[in-house]
Design a protein around this ligand. Structure first.
Ligand code: FES
Length: 140
């Protein structure tokens, strides 16, 4: 299954969809020399691949991608997170820098389609099954 062929419905009953954000750490898997990053980091590669893949993603206008400097999971790079008001927040790590964008967007599409944002292990794409770092409860 690809991100493009998941059936999407509004997770809210009044047809207003809460804002969603896909956070991508661009500092993960960096090589440092004399306090400066050398070359392109793994996070930058992953971010670029996600942005390119999202060009044809049906949720590209509803699920913006936001690059961040760090999500304090540096030892488990690469790291992304899904967040939305009224839903669980997920933090995923140990993601490869290449050939992972499709899986991330597929999982993001599932997250979008669920009212509570719950992403059962069995329904997550392979790269996002074992690398889960946090599942943060919804604010009540
Ligand atoms: S450098 Fe990516 S989480 Fe800290």
């Amino acid at each position: 299954m690809t991100a493009a062929n998941i059936s999407l419905t509004s997770p809210s009953s009044n047809n207003t969809v809460a804002a969603h954000t896909l956070f991508v750490c661009k500092t993960c898997a960096s090589v440092w020399q004399d306090g400066k990053r050398v070359g392109e980091s793994g996070g930058q590669k992953l971010l670029r691949e996600i942005q390119e893949t999202a060009e044809s993603w049906e949720l590209k206008d509803d699920f913006p991608i936001q690059e961040v400097e760090c999500m304090s999971a540096c030892s488990r790079s690469c790291v992304v997170a899904f967040a939305s008001a009224g839903k669980l927040t997920y933090l995923f790590g140990d993601l490869p820098t290449e050939n992972c964008a499709e899986a991330i967007l597929e999982c993001a599409s599932k997250y979008y389609s669920r009212t509570d944002g719950v992403l059962p292990w069995s329904e997550r794409p392979e790269p996002l099954k074992n690398g889960i770092l946090a599942r943060i409860p919804t604010l009540s």
